[in-house]
Design a binder for this molecule. Structure first.
Ligand code: ATP
Ligand code: MG
Length: 399
């Protein structure tokens, strides 16, 4: 279904496909979408190969098959009037095919194709006049040689596709390190980015409807540890109002320039000299937006649903200050324990304003996102003070 074309009536409580929405992908983002959609009366069908996945466990119907399986896509289309995705590494072709078969789809395949490929993503930043890190595209040996001569070192070599949580990235300081790193990444298409002096990392989530209407969540301040998001604070304590405004304006411009329908998260760096540059974008809800479930009157998953089914997009209102802390699998192996042991939840939940979200993953592994807590409070200082107490009780460092 193309943007602007009429959307068939989709609504909760209706029999057959009209009352059901579908999700490609079974991770935690899909699970939280399932919860939001079910709370508003929709049945949800999840297409995901892994039967033990977080979203499959919550879905009304689970189709266990690869994302590009013909019969599975036909079943999804037959059972749902509208389909979304929870990660951008689904084959854009799957979304394209659903759209061609009169299924309402968001995000659109074209936006997914841009966001799943770092070189295309950077070209999109340039088209929208949004600054990003100086970069070179490396597709072959000649590209390596050209990049070596561009003055981008020290830099970060990133695979063009399939990177997440800092995976598929190598820091390189010299021309020979760059050549070796590209070989170690098996010579796949890559982007070399100049390594920038970061002061802060922030993100902005916008939602755009099929009619072009746009709303956004407040600017989020993100702390990463080992390339993985660890803590999000909203309101962002260290971001100047002009920088926040610029980030929101850039995110809205990118959503518009992509012709995006649905939720879009844009990650930015605030550099040591205060300049703002875009890092990457995701055409879906984002880990840095999880706080919106507990701290806003509309969550990023509500926005995903409302933009998907063509409901009015209202601007979310943040009613509580919030700090979100990711719960990684490492927490299950405190003090070098060999056996996984869940953290002491009652100790954390005894603190005021703590909301626990666990994704139902059956196995804890170091580095795996198992859940998050959001601390809500009347003020940012109060939220931070309680979040620091919660972190200490979990054995996590402060921030
Ligand atoms: P995710 O999808 O989980 O956000 P990712 O694997 O796609 O992560 P990036 O967002 O590209 O990776 O990078 C991960 C982190 O590495 C960033 O949040 C930032 O801390 C650091 N980083 C990335 N690129 C640069 C850069 N050009 N200069 C300095 N630091 C960087
Ligand atoms: Mg990132």
């Amino acid at each position: 279904m193309l943007p602007g074309s009429s959307v068939p009536r989709i609504g909760p409580g209706q029999p057959g496909p009209a009352g059901a929405v579908g999700v490609l992908g079974g991770g935690q983002l899909g699970r939280m979408f399932v919860h939001a959609a079910q709370a508003q009366g929709f049945r949800v069908v999840v297409l995901e190969p892994d039967a033990a996945s977080p979203a499959a466990a919550a879905a009304d119907v689970h189709i266990a098959a690869p994302y590009d399986d013909d019969a599975a896509l036909a079943a999804l289309r037959d059972q749902c009037a509208a389909v979304t995705t929870e990660f951008e590494n689904v084959p854009a072709l799957a979304l394209q095919r659903l759209a061609e078969e009169a299924c309402v789809v968001s995000p659109l395949a074209a936006a997914v194709q841009v966001c799943q490929h770092r070189a295309r993503e950077k070209q999109c930043f340039q088209r929208a006049a949004v600054p990003c890190a100086p970069f070179a595209v490396i597709d072959d040996e000649a590209g390596v040689a050209a990049a070596q001569a561009m003055g981008l070192l020290p830099g970060i070599l990133k695979t063009a596709t399939l990177g997440y949580d800092g995976k598929g990235q190598v820091r390189v300081a010299s021309a020979s390190q760059l050549a070796n790193a590209w070989q170690a990444l098996r010579g796949v298409p890559c982007v070399l980015e100049q390594q920038l002096p970061l002061q802060l990392e922030i993100s902005v989530i916008v939602a755009r409807g099929r009619d072009g209407a746009m709303v956004h969540l407040p600017v989020q301040q993100n702390l990463h540890r080992d390339g993985v998001l660890a803590v999000t604070q909203v309101p962002a304590p260290d971001v100047a109002p002009a920088t926040a405004q610029q980030a929101v304006a850039s995110a809205l411009a990118l959503a518009q320039s992509l012709g995006h329908v649905g939720v879009l998260c844009v990650e930015f760096f605030v550099l040591a000299d205060g300049r703002l540059v875009a890092n990457e974008m995701a055409p879906r809800p984002h880990n840095s937006g999880h706080y919106s479930i507990d701290a806003c009157d509309l969550s990023q998953f509500d926005l995903q649903l409302h933009s998907l089914v063509g409901w009015p997009l209202r601007r979310p209102r943040q009613h509580s200050a919030a700090v979100m802390i990711n719960l990684m699998g490492d927490l299950w192996f405190a003090a070098g324990a060999a056996q996984a042991q869940p953290p002491d939840w009652p100790a954390v939940l005894a603190l005021p304003g703590v909301h626990l979200h666990l994704y139902g993953k059956t196995q804890a592994r170091p580095g795996r996102k198992m859940g998050h807590i959001t601390v809500t409070a009347d003020s940012a200082d109060q939220a931070r003070a309680v979040a620091l107490q919660a972190a200490a009780r979990l054995g996590l460092p402060g921030f």
